[in-house]
Design a protein around this ligand. Structure first.
Ligand SMILES: Nc1ncnc2c1ncn2[C@@H]1O[C@H](COP(=O)(O)OP(=O)(O)OP(=O)(O)O)[C@@H](O)[C@H]1O
Ligand SMILES: [Mg+2]
Length: 755
């Protein structure tokens, strides 16, 4: 049997190669725009716009690449869509654009140290050994178990290690929450862990809700520790340290609010003037803020010690002494399939008992380096490493594996696909679930249907690759998905998820929702993100925008590679009552092999007549949004009206080798005097009176008026693969205009963000 010392050596090697990879190659890139020098002392302070909201903690070390120069730096301040950087070198007064790399490798470094410490303790090593090789006898009285919750309570009382596996919606989190509550009622100390903040939030919220219902909730005894806690805890603010703090010492909270307000004001001033003095003031506020945050942190540490159930992410647990220096009676890890095995091992070492819960058919952990140790230890999950799932196919169960198999989340029309193709009929639907979920399925759009394929084939070829991240984007499907989401929202449903495999596409939707809904968004439970942020949560309606389409020749690895089954599985199984798959079915059938999950999903939806074609677009759109109109693409009169309204500039991207029709030449030449026309096209067009011309790196035609109004779907002659009747979309959005302009290669045409 492998000794713990050997495991730890291998894990440390794996962590080291991953750290090296992140330090040197970095995988997460961000685009910074319109940089301005603020001050130049030991380090140079620059102010940038960011193309998306960056979620990088202040103080983080980053690398930037400018041309062929690489410079180290630190984040001084980051809020909304702007950022202040301290760079180690001077790069000029103004910087058009810059690439920033940030990867949280410091977290892995901390884990590495925890493993080193673990080696010194015999007791902790024994805990890791039992986790990795759970071959001890099962001691719980199985015959006494009266329910799933009861069985888990018994197992985790009598055995040091319990694995829980269940397909989506089988009540893993439900059961864990009640088990945690049970231990709490027996005055045991429980540590709740998961890889993502969302998963910790979901389990903490569920535990709190249960205890409140029983009248056993006591403020301060449950604590959600750490930043990054979000909308899921809205109903239970008393779990969050900052709430408890402000309740008991109003002045710290008030001081913090005032500093935040002052920071916003200073930034605003900075934005509009250029003076170096303002930077000093801002940095002084930033300093005060961080010392205040330190004060808050110390109070939090006391709260952590006092609480009986603490919820925190796995990475924070390994980084924060107030957690890793404590001992717990029970460690509960949810969504364990996404965690690195060394993380789970470290977590198991700080508690007498551990419950490891998850679904190895959902997302695996992510690592970037390609070394054999990384492949072995950081890309596979703990279920696999501990070999607890080996016998499942033979109808037998490992004595320390507790299986849940009746799902109570999805409408059976939705689960029918995953039950059959992912779980091979191991799961059943709870008998009452269909009637309960029909309440959602009967609503508009597509009333009476719970699983829909919204087929975009025939709209044109909108598949593109985002310039900085190399992540894929599809603007047509983005708008189509927004329209569906808006229909759902207008029908009175407020729990909605939008998911794309691609980060850029998900980011764009997130920004678009903020732009279009503003504060209304806070009243609803709407999330747009990649699949990783969804694991563990559920929504009444899910929109899965698979994004990939022509003119790509092949679908991306996310949708067809080794782990694509796990990704698609998670995307589908978040839905309670309606699952809407937005995809180009033609592209899938022509480019994706039959045995791939994505292709099977499309075939399954076709078989059950759940397809709505691009041509039916007029039949389901009932509530247009103010900023997005769908029109017939031959309605040139409407384009003419926009042209006539333009004040400054028209950007016209004309893609394919098609000839521009006469009527379009007239239309554009006939623009108001003084309006500039920038043409993006590889062809010379003598008749078109353009003021400047560049090439169009995008595969589809588009128009942008005054950096605000965008048209897609016209002229139809320039669209690849479009079939009549043609639809066009007119959208008013700074987000999309700015996105499109940054995509236009070489930035010959520069977009100046509205100040
Ligand atoms: N025994 C039960 N009684 C009533 N409702 C239940 C029960 N078990 C689960 N549910 C409900 O079913 C839904 C799915 O449960 P839960 O979120 O715990 O599933 P899960 O197994 O954790 O799924 P995932 O794999 O997506 O994390 C929830 O709405 C939950 O409240
Ligand atoms: Mg769960």
């Amino acid at each position: 049997m492998t000794t713990v010392k050997t495991y730890i050596k291998e894990w440390q090697k794996a962590l080291q190669s991953e750290i090296m990879f992140l330090k040197t190659k970095g995988s997460t890139k961000y685009l910074l725009l319109n940089g301005r020098l603020l001050s130049r002392q030991d380090t140079c302070h620059y102010y940038f716009d960011t193309s998306i909201q960056m979620k990088i903690p202040v103080g983080s070390l980053v690398r930037v690449i400018w041309g062929n120069k690489e410079v180290q730096g630190r984040i001084l301040s980051s809020e909304g869509e702007n950022i202040i950087l301290a760079l180690d070198a001077f790069l000029g007064e103004e910087l058009l654009e810059l690439q920033l790399y940030y990867d949280p490798w410091e977290l892995l470094d901390e884990l590495h140290m925890r493993l080193e410490e673990l080696l010194k303790s015999k007791r902790k090593r024994a805990r890791v050994q039992r986790l990795m090789n759970p071959n001890m006898e099962a001691k719980h009285p199985a015959e006494k178990a009266s329910s799933n919750v009861h069985e888990l309570v018994l197992r985790s009382k009598y055995n040091p290690v319990t694995y829980v596996w269940g397909p989506p919606g089988t009540g893993k989190t439900y059961t864990l929450a009640r088990t945690a509550a049970n231990k709490y009622l027996k005055n045991q100390k429980v540590l709740i862990l998961a890889q993502s903040n969302q998963a910790v939030d979901v389990l903490m919220a569920e535990t709190a809700a249960f205890l409140k219902k029983k009248g056993k909730f006591q403020e301060g005894r449950l604590l959600r520790y750490g930043s990054g806690t979000g909308e899921m805890l809205a109903e239970h603010p008393e779990l969050i340290a900052s709430y408890l703090l402000s309740a008991d010492q109003g002045q710290i909270g008030q001081e913090k609010d005032e500093l935040l307000q002052e920071r916003r004001q200073l930034k605003y001033d900075l934005f509009n003037s250029f003076s170096g003095r303002d930077t000093d003031a801002l940095l002084a506020v930033e300093k005060k803020l961080s010392s205040l945050l330190e004060k808050i942190r110390q109070k939090e540490v006391k709260m952590v010690k006092a609480a009986d159930i603490v919820g925190v992410t796995l990475s924070k647990a390994a980084r924060d002494a107030s957690i890793y220096e404590s001992e717990y009676d029970v460690i509960i890890i949810d969504e364990a399939s996404m965690a690195y095995t060394p993380q789970v091992a470290f977590a198991a070492s700080i508690g007498k008992r551990v419950i490891v819960c998850g679904d190895f058919k959902q997302l695996p952990p992510i690592a970037s380096a390609k070394s054999p140790m990384v492949n072995q230890w950081l890309k596979e999950d703990i279920f696999h490493h501990a070999k607890v799932t080996n016998w499942i196919g033979e109808g037998e169960l490992h004595p320390h594996l507790f299986l849940l198999k009746e799902q109570r989340r999805m409408h059976p029309q939705i689960s029918s696909f995953t039950n059959k193709h992912v779980y091979h009929s191991l799961v059943d639907d709870f008998p009452g679930i269909e009637r309960a979920r029909d309440l959602i399925a009967i609503k508009h759009p597509f009333p009476g249907t719970a699983s829909i394929l919204l087929n975009s084939a025939g709209a044109g070829a909108y598949g593109m690759t985002e310039r900085t991240s190399r992540s894929r984007v599809n603007l047509w499907q983005l708008l189509l998905s927004f329209q569906v989401l808006h229909e759902v929202f207008s029908a009175g449903i407020t729990s909605i998820g939008y998911v794309s495999p691609y980060r850029s596409q998900a980011n764009l939707m997130e920004q678009l929702l903020t732009e279009f809904y503003g504060t209304d968004l806070q009243k609803a439970d709407i999330l747009a993100a990649t699949v990783h942020r969804f694991q563990g949560s559920e929504k009444d309606v899910m929109i899965f925008d698979s994004t990939d389409s022509y003119p790509h020749h092949r679908a991306g690895m996310l949708l067809t590679g080794k782990d694509s089954e796990r990704l698609i599985n998670v995307a589908i199984t978040r839905s309670r009552g309606k699952f809407i798959h937005v995809a180009d079915a033609n592209f899938v059938q022509k480019t994706v092999a039959k045995e791939k999950t994505w292709r099977k999903l499309v075939s399954h939806q076709e078989k059950y007549n759940a397809v709505v074609s691009q041509q039916q677009i007029g039949s389901w759109i009932q509530t247009p949004h103010l900023n997005l109109k769908w029109l017939h693409a031959r309605r040139l009169d409407l384009v003419r009206a926009d042209i006539q309204r333009t004040k400054k500039e028209i950007v016209f991207g004309h893609s394919s080798s098609s000839v521009l029709p006469e009527e379009w030449i007239h239309l554009l030449n006939d623009r108001p005097a003084g309006v500039k026309l920038s043409l993006l096209s590889d062809q010379k067009n003598e008749q078109l009176a353009a003021d400047s011309q560049y090439s169009n790196p995008l595969p589809f035609p588009f128009l942008i008026f005054d950096e605000k109004v965008i048209w897609l779907g016209m002229p139809v002659e320039a669209l690849l693969g479009a079939k009549p009747p043609h639809a066009a979309a007119r959208v008013r959005s700074h987000v999309l205009a700015s996105f499109l302009m940054t995509q236009v290669k070489g930035s010959e045409v520069r977009y100046n963000k509205k100040r």
